[in-house]
Design a protein around this ligand. Sequence first.
Ligand SMILES: [Zn+2]
Length: 145
Amino acid sequence: MIIALLPIFINLEHIESRIKTIIIREMESEFFPNDNDQTNYFQLILIEQSFDNNHNNNIPEEIRGILLDERNEKFDSIKQKVKNILIANFINDYLVMSDPQLPTELIVLERSKAESLGEVHCRHCGMEFEDQIQLGNHLRIHYLI
Ligand SMILES: [Zn+2]
């Protein structure tokens, strides 16, 4: 299957710059391998590819997302790692969801916007639910202790 060979893209273009900077820093510490200069496993993708290819000068506004040269079977574990990054950094206003149109793409969206698309995630643990009623039942376990 061709799709199994596609790299996984994490779309960050809908995030405000301050939050985007935090997420990129955390993604680098989670995913950037020591041999990246040979493998090119971790790539920052710019909104417009400039001719000046000096990657040190990237500012958050120019970054569209992160491409990981990873097999598709890792999709769910990468999604979970991005969830963990959001939770660990108290980034409550955003969540990470699978792009319904693009099977190898994750997208970080404002929680309110994602919820209008039917994505209901627990802000404490990232678990996904069908609706707010299910989420409300689940939230009790976080408040019991
Ligand atoms: Zn939860």
